[in-house]
Design a protein around this ligand. Structure first.
Ligand code: PMV
Length: 342
């Protein structure tokens, strides 16, 4: 038996990835920049075991079949091919937050799986290569291998099939990066109705604004990076909000709306707070939750206002998080076994 366990945190994009390059490889069509979040975690144990006849996936204690298992096996196949290993695996994964509902559980999930699977198989890749493995399953997962602010470049059309593309830490202004907080407004405990892969494909095929998005997204990304480098929270927040609204506008035109009533109310509450002079900015991913960027001193006031929004079930305050890391399991508790990724 070969076993390893890893922990990874979700990440929330300030400049959004939406859309894939043509061809295989799951390369993002636009660059993105995210913040890895402490406070939400996925823990994944991978055991390559001669007793297993096929790969087995247990997700929050329930055996999973169908698409989730197929995606996990595809990643394991890449690891097996590299390690020349002919064993099936048991994958046991748990999230301490709602799964597949737009809280980036696929990012933390595939980051933890990529790290645990490579180490269990005895493949000693560096963090960039593990990140690239995770990207092939879920592009946003590439970012969760790293802590803090993380940039994932776009793939280039002519190199998509072969070239590796790795996420990397973006330093920005360290004081601003350390002071950033995300207040997650949970608006449902259920799963999201549209998976991001299908929605991205449909957006590309059907949205009249897709070409505009491909032009605008990199500009917003560069402007966001510049604002973060200057430590300008207000400008960074505005660009992050613009990126989210442009992404959702483009997807809505293809028939994919991720918002519910509480999503809209929470976005309006953030706008109202801003009108009263508070620097708070929202983003929304492929699910109905609203994530609000604030600086640490504003957390209590903004959090209290958001908790009162009808339909916001609860709020979770997240600080900048660490990258994915291996852990050992001793008597039911988890301990770090190696230095975390940068
Ligand atoms: O990596 P995926 O396929 O789960 O897509 C993530 C897409 C967004 O969360 C909406 C944006 C992003 O950059 O994380």
């Amino acid at each position: 038996m070969k076993r390893a366990t890893a922990i990874a945190h979700p990440n929330i994009a300030l400049s959004k990835y939406w859309g894939k390059c043509a061809g295989a490889g799951n390369f993002p069509a636009v660059p993105s920049l995210s913040l890895t979040l402490e406070g939400l975690s996925t823990t994944t144990r991978v055991t390559f075991d001669a007793n297993e006849q096929s790969d087995v996936l247990s997700l929050n204690g329930v055996d999973a079949q169908g698409e989730p298992l197929v995606r996990v096996s595809a990643l394991l196949d890449r690891v097996r091919a590299c390690a020349k290993l002919d064993l099936r695996a048991r994958v046991e994964t748990r999230n301490d937050f709602p799964t597949a509902s737009g809280l980036a559980s696929s990012a933390s999930g595939f980051a933890a799986l990529a790290l645990a699977a490579t180490r269990a198989a005895g493949v000693d890749w560096d963090v960039f290569t593990v990140s690239d493995l995770a990207r092939r399953s879920s592009a946003s997962a590439a970012r969760s291998l790293f802590g803090g602010l993380v940039e994932l470049p776009a793939g280039a059309a002519d190199v998509c099939e072969t070239d590796l593309l790795s996420a990397r830490v973006f330093d920005g202004a360290p004081d601003l990066a350390a002071a950033l907080r995300v207040i997650v407004c949970v608006t449902t405990e259920g799963a999201k109705p549209h998976g991001s892969t299908d929605a991205m494909r449909a957006t590309k095929d059907r949205s009249p604004y897709y070409e505009t998005w491909l032009r605008v997204a990199p500009r917003l990304h560069d402007a966001l990076k510049n604002a973060l480098s200057l430590g300008d929270f207000e400008a960074a927040g505005r660009f992050a909000e613009e990126s989210a609204l442009a992404m959702h506008g483009c997807a809505v035109a293809a028939g994919f709306s991720y918002f519910n009533e509480a999503t809209v109310r929470a976005m309006n509450a953030v706008r109202a707070l801003r009108d009263q002079g508070t620097n708070a900015f929202f983003t929304v991913d492929a699910g109905p939750h609203v994530k609000v960027f604030v600086r640490a001193p504003e957390v209590a006031r903004v959090g209290a206002a958001l908790a009162l929004v009808p339909g916001v079930l609860r709020t979770i305050v997240c600080s900048p998080g660490r990258g994915a890391r291996l852990v050992t399991e001793r008597e039911g508790s988890l301990e770090a076994v190696e230095a975390e990724a940068p």
